[in-house]
Design a protein around this ligand. Structure first.
Ligand code: PLP
Length: 403
């Protein structure tokens, strides 16, 4: 048998070093649990950056996938297939949006949103050619294409990858006045995450999105929400923007739409916005393929029928209140919404990495984001009993490592 250590060495030899993983090899998974080749068991408290909201290998999703594999898996959009129509209907109903354009990865869906917004700006708003501006936030994370990293403010993500696509303007996150001031006649969209996930689970003040929505409407600017990470029940509602009772003009989704088994993403929009996309102007060979549609349709049904938003809301509240009551002197802040949470350590605590490695040694897989923050985002199928076990381990490890 090949050991975990050997797998990691082979990967290091033959792979590009574009990640710094926790040193664990996962060879089996079910629900919230994963196992390494030596048979050690861990709780997955990252869920592949919220792509596994339905839990690993959900039986219903696997069954739907297997059934579809026996029929047809890929047609391209040169032809119609018999899975895409019902998937589009379901997704738009769940999201409360008029129409959807299916893609594969989150970054592609963001790129799709950027293209729709710009074209809408020229065709519908009357912005002069090549003058469209999209407002984005500092510390954003929207993916890894050259255009997207070009408007990232994280030097790790974009150093030496230029020259970059122009047309993006930065403002601080959670700053309504900065947004108001940044708008010009050429502004076509505000692209923003309802909670900045990669930045360390930064939750804006209550009312932020509501005010942003009002300003967008008043200025004929599209509100483009990137809910790739916050969507699909993660924050305790189907979408994070529903906490504020608003609707975006463009909604970008991915990750958990694929139920943890297959990459599926989409850009959703109002009909009068999406209508600027015409045959030949955008596409994807795999986008909207019947296997993706079968998987994603079932992934949506599982979220709804298993009440995973409700579970995320209740257990998320419990998780944060327990960690706040723990009140450890080295914890600067416990924050989050639903089951998207983070502990930020005080600078004196040193980097979070030794802590995440100690979590691993104690059966919990979580990942640091930036130097001092640890994110906890388990599958939404987690039970009270399982989260209480995790809380005991988290407290024990923090007490052991930080006194
Ligand atoms: C993960 C993520 C993306 C990119 O998704 P990929 O599938 O990795 O391309 C975009 N936006 C947000 C908010 C994300 O969390």
């Amino acid at each position: 048998m090949v050991s975990s250590k050997e797998y990691m060495e082979i990967e290091k030899t033959y792979g590009a070093h574009n990640y710094h993983p926790i040193p664990v090899v996962i060879s089996k998974a079910k629900g919230v649990w994963v196992w390494d080749p030596e048979g050690r068991k861990y709780m997955d408290m990252l869920s592949s950056y919220s792509a596994i909201n339905q839990g690993h290998r959900h039986p219903r999703i696997l069954k739907a996938m297997k059934a579809q594999m026996k029929r047809v898996t890929l047609t391209s959009r040169a032809f119609h297939n018999d899975r895409l129509p019902m998937f589009l209907k379901k997704l738009t109903e769940v999201a409360g949006m008029d129409v959807a354009l299916p893609m594969n990865t989150g970054a592609e869906a963001v790129e799709t949103g950027i293209k729709i917004a710009r074209r809408w700006g020229y065709v519908k708003k009357g912005v002069p050619a090549n003058k469209a501006e999209i407002i984005v936030c500092t510390e954003n994370f929207h993916g890894r294409t050259t255009t997207i990293v070009g408007f990232s403010t994280d030097p790790d993500a974009n150093e030496n990858f230029g020259p970059f696509t122009p047309g993006f303007v930065h403002i601080p996150f959670d700053d309504v006045e900065a947004f108001r001031k940044a708008i010009t006649p050429n502004t076509v969209a505000f692209l923003v995450e309802p909670i900045q996930g990669e930045a360390g689970v930064k939750v804006p003040k209550e009312g932020y999105l509501k005010k942003v929505r009002e300003i967008c409407t008043k200025n004929n600017v599209l509100l483009a929400l990137d809910e790739v990470q916050t969507g699909f029940a993660r924050t305790g509602k189907m979408f994070a923007h529903q906490h504020e009772g608003i609707k975006p003009d463009l909604l970008i989704v991915g990750k958990a739409l694929g139920g943890g088994v297959y990459p599926v993403s989409a850009a959703l929009a109002r009909k009068d916005v999406m209508e600027v996309i015409t045959p030949g102007s955008h596409g994807s060979t795999f986008g909207g393929n019947p296997l993706a549609c079968a998987v994603a349709s079932e992934a949506l049904d599982v979220l709804i029928e298993e009440n995973l938003a409700e579970n995320a809301s209740v257990l998320g509240e419990h998780f944060r209140s327990e960690l706040r009551a723990f009140n450890h002197p080295m914890i600067k802040e416990v924050r989050g919404m639903g089951l998207l949470n983070a502990i930020e350590l005080k600078p004196d605590a040193g980097p979070a990495r030794p802590i995440t490695e100690a979590f691993k040694a104690n059966g919990i897989l979580a990942k640091e984001t930036h130097v001092h923050t640890i994110r906890f985002a388990p599958p939404l199928t987690i039970t009270k009993k399982e989260i209480d076990w995790a809380l005991r381990v988290i407290k024990k490890v923090i007490a052991q490592k930080l006194g």
